[in-house]
Ligand binder design. Structure first.
Ligand code: ADP
Ligand code: MG
Length: 451
């Protein structure tokens, strides 16, 4: 069932703008097929309406061509855990073009693997928050392996790391198509390694990486705690570095803050240039919105841009997601893009984001972020490695869920409500002076929002 829909999605992806695909189709999945109907699960009513009004025809004709039969297409709003699946976050990006060892797509010529040609420097808006990372990325792209090596870019989710990595690769390819460039997420690198080990084919694995001129590794934090991957990555890194090849790495945190990473790797990460991307300020957010609207041949009034920017803290993917929804809503209701319409759309959006903030979700995400176990958070252990994440988790439960203090205490293995209150006070006051703590808390919030 899901395969039919997957095939349809692949077709649809080829036919519409990537942004529209990411916004409207990525969060869908098929869950039933009758003899003459296929039912597609969508996150909420808003999606249902938009898909019906804008894409029903396209979907039906695609289904028909793939299933070789005329089927009616129905949309149904999925409850959170219907059919044992969680609906995907709204703003999940389209699957990266990078598909791991087997499914790698080639762009341009065979020398570029995994690059997404959509992410280039010319559509990256520079603001005070990302100026430094942008300049470093440009310098590396202009003179690979001669300026900063490795270049290590870090920042929270949705701030443009992946975009910059691809932009570097694309520019290098454009300047000299002979350069062998590979973009890979650390996750796909790990999968590639595991499969190669299973097939006992490490020489082919090494052949895929060692001859490269440029290696772009995204989300390196993924290899935390994975010893074998770290070891192999270390060898790959050294081989490239020693033969003066460029390595660019992205991470959601500063090398020093990465836990469960071997010291020798951490010191490699820090040996070139470390550039951070901070959350964008209001002006940058507004500039990004104008640019994105322009890409869709739309003009949005300034008060609407400011309204969106004010309401989305930092994640640029969300900024874009909300903008696209406002544009789509305006086009299918045939109403102008104005403040009133923007407010209506935001209401849906906020509701959807917040439903990820459940106590179990908070516990799970905090535990994963600090590489500890949920049971540690619920335990009585008092070591700092456990007690600080526990206090952060309690803080988030108090801030982001409706649960009462005693209820939160119960879900933390039967703690007293005063413990929860104390944790909340302590984290909120420490966040005022401790940037590192604030950064951790924000990262966790973003992870929960993303689902
Ligand atoms: P990250 O990898 O840091 O999570 P991405 O690079 O995937 O973030 O960026 C999320 C989305 O926001 C992408 O669609 C990207 O094109 C867009 N984006 C991020 N920063 C900028 C920017 N400065 N200018 C334009 N678009 C941006
Ligand atoms: Mg990314």
């Amino acid at each position: 069932m899901d395969t039919l829909w997957k095939k349809c999605l692949e077709e649809i992806e080829k036919r519409i703008l990537p942004e529209n695909y990411a916004t409207w189709f990525s969060p869908t999945y098929a869950f039933t097929k009758g003899s003459d109907t296929i039912t597609i699960a969508v996150p909420n009513d808003f999606f249902k309406r938009c898909l019906e009004e804008n894409y029903q025809g396209l979907i039906e004709s695609t289904v028909e061509s793939i299933a070789n039969a005329r089927l009616r297409v129905d949309f149904q709003v999925a409850s959170d855990n219907a059919h044992g699946r969680t609906s995907e976050p709204l703003n999940k990006p389209a699957p990266e073009k990078e598909k791991g060892p087997e499914g790698v797509r080639f762009f341009g010529n065979g020398n570029a693997v995994g690059l997404n040609t959509r992410y280039v420097f010319s559509n990256f808006v520079v603001g005070s928050n990302n100026q430094f990372a942008h300049a470093a990325a440009l310098a590396v792209a202009a003179n690979p392996a001669q300026t900063y090596n490795p270049l290590f870019i870090y920042g929270s989710v949705g701030l443009g790391k992946t975009h910059l990595l691809h932009a570097i690769g694309n520019l290098i390819q454009q300047n000299d198509p002979r350069h062998r460039v590979r973009y890979i997420s650390a996750e796909s690198f790990t999968v590639d390694l595991i499969q190669s080990l299973k097939k006992d084919d490490m020489s082919a694995f090494r052949e895929r990486y060692r001859p490269l001129d440029i290696l772009l590794v995204d989300d390196i934090q993924f290899i935390a705690g994975k010893e074998r991957t770290q070891e192999e990555f270390f060898y790959t890194f050294n081989a490239l570095y020693e033969s003066h090849k460029q390595v660019v790495i992205s991470s959601d945190r500063y090398p020093k803050d990465m836990q469960n990473i071997e010291e020798r790797l951490r010191s490699r990460f820090s040996s070139g240039l470390i550039a951070d991307i901070k959350p964008p300020d209001l002006e940058t957010k507004v500039a990004i919105l104008f640019k994105k609207a322009e890409n869709h041949q739309k003009k949005i009034p300034q008060d609407v841009a400011i309204f969106i920017a004010d309401n989305i803290q930092s994640n640029i993917r969300e900024l874009e997601g909300l903008l696209l929804r406002i544009i789509a809503f305006s086009s299918f209701t045939r109403r102008p893009v104005d403040l009133e319409l923007a407010k209506e759309v935001l209401k849906e959006f906020t509701f959807d984001r917040n439903k990820n903030f459940t106590i179990p979700n908070i516990l799970k995400t905090v535990a994963a972020h600090f590489s500890i176990k949920v049971t540690d958070l619920k335990s009585k252990q008092r070591s700092r490695e456990i007690s600080i994440p526990r206090q952060i988790a309690m803080y988030l439960c108090r801030e982001y869920t409706q649960a009462s203090l005693p209820e939160i205490g119960r879900q933390f293995g039967g703690k007293d409500h005063t413990t929860v209150l104390f944790a909340h006070k302590k984290i909120s006051s420490n966040m005022k002076e401790n940037n590192e703590l604030t950064r951790s808390v924000q990262q966790v919030i973003h992870q929960i929002e993303r689902g």
